[in-house]
Design a protein around this ligand. Structure first.
Ligand code: AMP
Ligand code: ZN
Length: 114
């Protein structure tokens, strides 16, 4: 998707602060971190929202969580704890329409979220 910010990170047109990468996903630091550790994990396939996932994306969806383990370990928050969030559409405040899993940690995270 030529006009997608996160696709531009996958092509290298924009260079994110990469934390982890494998064949299926790219993980990089959020430009406006909401916690000491705030990483976004994106699939290498453009999918706009959770609503656009198809049955063929089962492994891809799992890849995001398997990559979360690596990101948590690499950033030092695996044992202290962290939260994963994926926003969908307006009420959740989704602003980039290429699905991404937020990984937040490094401080106590309140619940319920705002
Ligand atoms: P969401 O609101 O769930 O769609 O999350 C989009 C996230 O992308 C926000 O937390 C932004 O701070 C983050 N973001 C936007 N532009 C960039 C960028 N150039 N590099 C890294 N993160 C970004
Ligand atoms: Zn995209």
């Amino acid at each position: 998707m030529a006009d997608c910010l996160f696709c531009k990170m996958l092509t290298g047109a924009i260079k994110p602060d990469v934390v982890y990468e494998n064949e299926h996903v790219l993980a990089f630091r959020d430009i406006n971190p909401q916690a000491p550790v705030h990483v976004l994990i994106i699939p290498k396939k453009h999918i706009a929202t959770i609503n656009d996932l198809s049955d063929d994306d089962t492994l891809l969806a799992g890849d995001l969580f398997i990559a979360t383990k690596a990101v948590a370990t690499l950033t030092g928050i695996a044992d202290s704890g962290y939260r994963t969030v994926m926003n969908c559409n307006a009420d959740a405040g989704q602003s980039v329409f290429h699905i991404h899993l937020h990984v937040l940690g490094g401080r106590h995270l309140a619940w319920p979220p705002g």
